[in-house]
Design a protein around this ligand. Structure first.
Ligand code: TGC
Ligand code: FAD
Length: 392
């Protein structure tokens, strides 16, 4: 793979909206990605393996629980810093950002928000340091966009719960130490349970043959009469709103992360357009190529503004779930379109692993599907503006 020469576009001087702390956090993550991710990521994507050696670095840049209080081992940062870290990591690879998103927003967040003090103290510091990696089990083979239909269930056996069912498409599953699993009790109410590796009847087979997110490990979570200690139930929130609340946090991070992937594609195509000569000129001198680049930087700038404003609203507690859906949907769509255009600008070279664009393009096919598909987020916006529910 070519050396990482990335220079971040900032067409509207958005750095002026950031504090010194935001810039420090972002620059540290950017440097780490250049040093520890870019040189190895293509090889790991090619061999379809998560590079476990970067887990310590992810913890050091604050990617595991950026906004979780420091008393639990988190970085104690604000929502903009969290977004900027996700942007920088996904600039390197969406699969690496996936690992950080799941750990922070889908595992640490529910333990922090819905767990008790004993659970916070037991799990959060080890998750923040990367000693333990977690996964989040919501999707099932027959229930993806409609998680409320889940059939995974647990029964109260007096001194423990008995968990049965299966989750599919679970990031980090093959090597997770713990899983936050959503299951129905005997009354059909959804609760979160912490399942630990080693519990009898719990297995995590890996999903193979993915063309997308190849540097992220995906798998199943299978529960065959797993005995769950009662203290592993998250006590402070139940119902579908509990997992959906975690998704709000992760979707917000993805809205930033997708900008990173788009910036990397744009920056690569811009540099290539000045170097690649055809018909005696750099291809960047042709109007058709300039149109592509001009549209890319316009869309990136709009996405940056959307994410920044959403971050301000997340920080002051006023962002709605529907506003998060809009940003996730818009920014991932923006990134996937830019990846496609940038790939074309590199001609044949664009399909090789010499450049990051094709990998981003394939990764974004997962990002546009997980955490709520492109169409589901459109329907959430539709419901919000009309008051009419297309899901019922
Ligand atoms: P609905 O009746 O609308 O809502 C049920 C309850 O949930 C509340 N709620 C929310 N609460 C918090 N945050 C949100 N975003 C919420 N959205 C809804 C709602 O108020 C209600 O509460 P209550 O108290 O009245 O019961 O639910 P529905 O069954 O009609 O479904 C709505 C729908 C389709 C929007 C929702 O289920 C959905 O978002 N589906 C998409 C599923 C999804 O996003 N799955 C993601 C799985 S995790 C994943 O992909 C991780 S990838 C990670 C990586 O690698 O980066
Ligand atoms: P389906 O729900 O079957 O949807 C199929 C198509 O139908 C989609 O285009 C969808 O938009 C459309 N559709 C569905 N309902 C409607 C409707 N009402 N109106 C119009 N169109 C509709 N899940 C987890 O729980 N944890 C994870 O860590 C996780 N990681 C993932 C990692 C990867 C790489 C991938 C690919 C997925 C991951 N997922 C995870 C699952 C992901 O959230 C689901 O794939 C996603 O929610 C869609 O569910 P589905 O694949 O079952 O598609």
């Amino acid at each position: 793979m070519k050396p990482d020469l990335f220079e971040a576009p900032d067409y509207y001087n958005l750095d002026e909206l950031l504090t010194d702390e935001h810039k420090l956090v972002r620059d540290a993550a950017r440097e780490w990605v250049k040093r520890d991710v870019s040189p190895i990521i293509e090889e790991y994507a090619q061999k379809a393996e998560f590079p476990k050696q970067i887990i310590g670095g992810l913890a050091e840049i604050g990617a595991f629980g950026p906004y979780i209080p420091m008393e639990y081992g988190g970085a104690g940062l604000d929502q903009i810093s969290y977004g900027l870290i996700m942007q920088e990591i996904e600039r390197g690879d969406s699969g690496v950002r996936s690992t950080a998103s799941v750990q922070s927003s889908l595992v640490m967040y529910p333990i922090w928000k819905y767990g008790n003090e004993a659970q916070r103290n037991k799990y959060l510091p080890k998750l923040a340091s990367g000693e333990w990696i977690g996964s989040f089990g919501l999707t099932e083979p027959d229930h993806g966009s409609n998680p409320g239909g889940m059939t995974t269930n647990f029964k109260d056996m007096g001194d423990h719960y008995l968990l049965n069912g299966a989750k599919m498409w679970i990031s980090n599953a093959p090597f997770c130490e713990i899983a936050v699993v959503w299951a129905k009790n005997e009354e059909g109410r959804i609760h979160g349970l912490i399942v630990e590796r080693g519990m009898e009847g719990f297995s995590t087979p890996e999903t193979h043959n993915k063309w997308s997110l190849r540097a992220s490990a995906t798998g199943e979570l299978i529960f065959d009469n797993v005995k769950i200690p009662k203290e592993n139930l998250l006590p402070n929130k139940s119902g579908l709103g509990a997992p959906l609340g975690c998704l709000d946090s992760a979707r917000y991070g993805i809205a930033w992360g997708a900008i990173g992937a788009a910036m990397d594609c744009y920056d690569t195509a811009l540099r290539y357009s000045k170097e690649r000569m055809q018909f005696g000129k750099p291809i960047g001198q042709f109007q058709l190529q300039q149109k592509k680049l001009a549209e890319m930087i316009t869309e990136i700038t709009k996405a940056q503004l959307l994410a920044w404003r959403l971050g301000v609203m997340r920080e002051n507690g006023t962002a709605t779930s529907a506003q998060i859906s809009m940003a996730k949907r818009n920014n991932v769509d923006m990134a996937i379109n830019i990846a496609r255009e940038a790939r074309q600008m590199l001609g044949g070279m664009g399909i090789t692993g010499e450049y990051s664009i094709m990998r981003h393009s394939m990764n974004l096919e997962s990002v546009i599907t997980y955490e709520g598909t492109h169409d589901i987020h459109l329907l959430i916006t539709g419901l919000d503006v009309t008051g009419l529910n297309a899901f019922k």
